[in-house]
Design a protein around this ligand. Structure first.
Ligand SMILES: *[C@@H]1O[C@H](CO)[C@@H](O)[C@H](O)[C@H]1NC(C)=O
Ligand SMILES: *[C@@H]1O[C@H](CO)[C@@H](O)[C@H](O)[C@H]1NC(C)=O
Length: 588
């Protein structure tokens, strides 16, 4: 019943991937129009403009994928749009005098695990920071923010004092012993906490990362909430760093679910986010000078996942190296360079015809690392690829070098698009692995709520619905199932949890940046080139990249064609990694 760790698949990955790909369509258009223009690998491509016209394929996928957060919601629902879902777990946390009713159920079960849930929040926040403009253009920003806050509200409640964090709600044995809807569950839901005596640096640091990233997301819309998140993040990081240990050592039972291999990757990840959120130099020094050599595994590319945050940290810190800042010391810059070099190795491993290309792929071209949750690595990798390619575009970086061969941002985006397209149906099974998307998608998702009719009275033992040969009565909208075998096949059976379970931590986040172009005023469905580049104005201008003094991070303030404060300059307010003119240029 999917009680092993690395269960289900990763819904949120798809969202970021799709959003990212909205822009890809635009790049393709550029390449077609100007054969060889920028395609010769060594000439930098134009800086992207604002989101282009929505590619309806990806825009629709984004809308579907985000619904999975609603499907997974615990607590008293607000504006619920999933007809078969209702309030549940309202008394979670009561035994500790806390309200832990919010948060998201982990997968096809009703456990709430803080570790993967916080990871979901961190990457969701990251994708909003990078691609919020694309999400907004596709009218999907509000659902993303709503989902993010549903998790961060839980994290705030789960951190009642400096050195205490609740890391689990529910007992996996009791939970997996039942097949029932969350709305009707009656079994006990005990709490598990980490503290000074029973530490869990992996979970505490991931929660710190999530809250630091989310504090940036909410900074402009809700300063108070953003400040609260940042305070929690800083305290959790101190707790994680001071009282070190793995949560699965404190609680060996956790090994059967999310058995984190190490906590130092989470410490670096959290400190990197805290540096972006605060600009406090001590966090930068922590990840570079103090701990980089010992912990960061420079030079060794790995797979980004709920367990291994290193590749995420490498790409995130590349951002600082790409955009630069006067306040960073030489020693720190050297550390950043090592992170970026490792990020580049990760990217080189993904591009299919690169000399460093990983052999871990299916015949259909999907990155494939493990049988459980096979889609998680593909979506995670695609997300990092698209983010990295956007950093390159924004800084007019022409190419990455992989053992002597050069690859442009377009090559990197093509890889990301290939993963998204595979997941959305361009695969040997001709099946969309995103439930609710397209004409053919899995009908037997391993998911308690989706498999039981909303009016059924099952008690704990509704296992006839697990074993039934019938399609689920309810559609688990936005669920990204575990995914195909390495031979590209998929068996759509509820009992086959390895392939048909979907997990909250694995969500299609990389779908955002696949474009929309409000300035061009075009109808949706027609991919267009970035406006700036099509006007031919930016190709001759080198953007001057500056970091705002007060905010070393998102967004970098990018100025095109002049120095900061120079009246003649064309201010490019990048939406995070993207840079576009706020006046003049587009209508030149
Ligand atoms: C959990 O991870 C630890 C350390 O990597 C390993 O020794 C242990 O065998 C793992 N437990 C399970 C159940 O896989
Ligand atoms: C594909 O791989 C799975 C898992 O290894 C195996 O059970 C199945 O028989 C294979 N299918 C084909 C058509 O080779």
């Amino acid at each position: 019943m999917g009680s092993k760790y690395t269960r289900g698949c990763c819904g949120w990955l798809i969202v970021a991937l799709v959003a990212a790909l909205v822009a890809t369509a635009a790049m393709f258009a550029i390449m077609k129009r100007k054969p060889g223009g920028g395609g010769k690998h060594l000439k930098p491509l134009p800086v992207p403009g604002p989101p282009g016209a929505i590619d309806s394929k990806y825009g629709d996928a984004l809308g579907v994928a985000l619904q999975f957060f609603q499907v997974q919601k615990s607590g008293k629902l607000e504006n619920n749009q999933i007809p078969w879902r209702g309030d549940s777990a309202l008394t979670d946390g009561k035994e500790a005098g806390l309200d832990l009713s919010k948060g998201l159920y982990d997968a096809g079960d009703h456990m709430k695990f803080t570790f993967p849930m916080a990871f979901t929040a961190t990457v969701l926040a990251w994708s909003v920071l990078e691609y919020g403009d694309q999400m907004s253009a596709a009218k999907q920003l509000d659902p993303a923010l709503d989902a993010l806050k549903w998790i961060t509200d839980f994290l705030i409640a789960a951190h009642p004092s400096d050195n205490v964090l609740y890391i689990q709600v529910g007992d996996p044995d009791l939970d997996h012993n039942c097949w029932e809807r969350p709305e009707t569950m009656t079994e006990k839901r005990p709490l598990t906490q980490i503290n000074k005596k029973s530490p869990g640096s992996d979970v505490a640091a991931e929660a710190a990362a999530a809250m630091a990233a989310a504090s940036m997301v909410f900074k402009s819309s809700d300063t108070t909430y953003s400040d609260v998140l940042l305070q929690h993040a800083q305290k959790l990081f101190t707790f994680a760093d001071t009282y070190r240990g793995l949560s699965s050592e404190s609680y060996p039972k956790l090994q059967d679910f999310y058995n984190s291999t190490s906590y130092v990757d989470e410490l670096l990840w959290a400190a990197s986010w805290l540096y972006h959120a605060t600009g406090d130099q001590t966090y930068l020094s922590y990840v570079t000078v103090q701990n980089g050599k010992t912990y960061a595994d420079w030079g060794r590319p790995t797979w980004f996942s709920w367990d291994d945050k290193n590749p995420g940290t490498q790409v995130l810190l590349s951002r600082l190296n790409f955009f630069g800042s006067k306040q960073i010391s030489n020693a720190e810059n050297e550390g950043l360079k090592s992170y970026r070099d490792t990020a580049e190795s990760v990217i080189c491993g993904l591009i299919p015809d690169s000399p460093q290309a990983t052999a871990s792929r299916t015949g259909g071209g999907l990155i494939w690392i493990s049988g459980w949750n096979s889609l998680q690595h593909a979506t995670n990798a695609a997300f990092l690829a698209i983010v990295y390619s956007d950093y390159m575009l924004s800084t007019r970086t022409a190419a990455v070098q992989c053992s002597g061969k050069y690859y442009s941002p377009t090559d990197i985006r093509n890889f990301a698009a290939s993963q998204a397209n595979y997941i959305l149906g361009d695969n040997p099974m001709k099946l969309s692995y995103l439930v609710g998307y397209g004409s053919s998608y899995p009908q037997q998702v391993h998911h308690r709520g989706a498999s039981i009719p909303a009016d059924a009275k099952t008690g704990c033992k509704g296992f006839q619905y697990l074993h039934s040969p019938d399609p689920n009565p309810n559609v688990a909208m936005g669920a990204l199932v575990g995914g195909p075998f390495q031979n590209d096949t998929f068996v759509d059976s509820r009992d086959n949890a390895v392939q048909t379970e979907s997990s909250t931590y694995c969500w299609i986040y990389a779908l955002e940046p696949i474009g929309l172009d409000p300035l061009m005023g075009q109808q949706s469905g027609s991919p267009l080139a970035w406006p700036i580049s099509t006007r031919g104005t930016t190709t001759s201008i080198s953007p001057v990249l500056l970091m705002d003094e007060g905010m070393r991070g998102f967004p970098p303030h990018i100025y095109v064609g002049g120095a900061r404060g120079d009246d003649s300059s064309q201010l490019c307010r990048p939406s995070y990694s993207r840079c576009y003119s706020t006046r003049g240029t587009v209508h030149a």
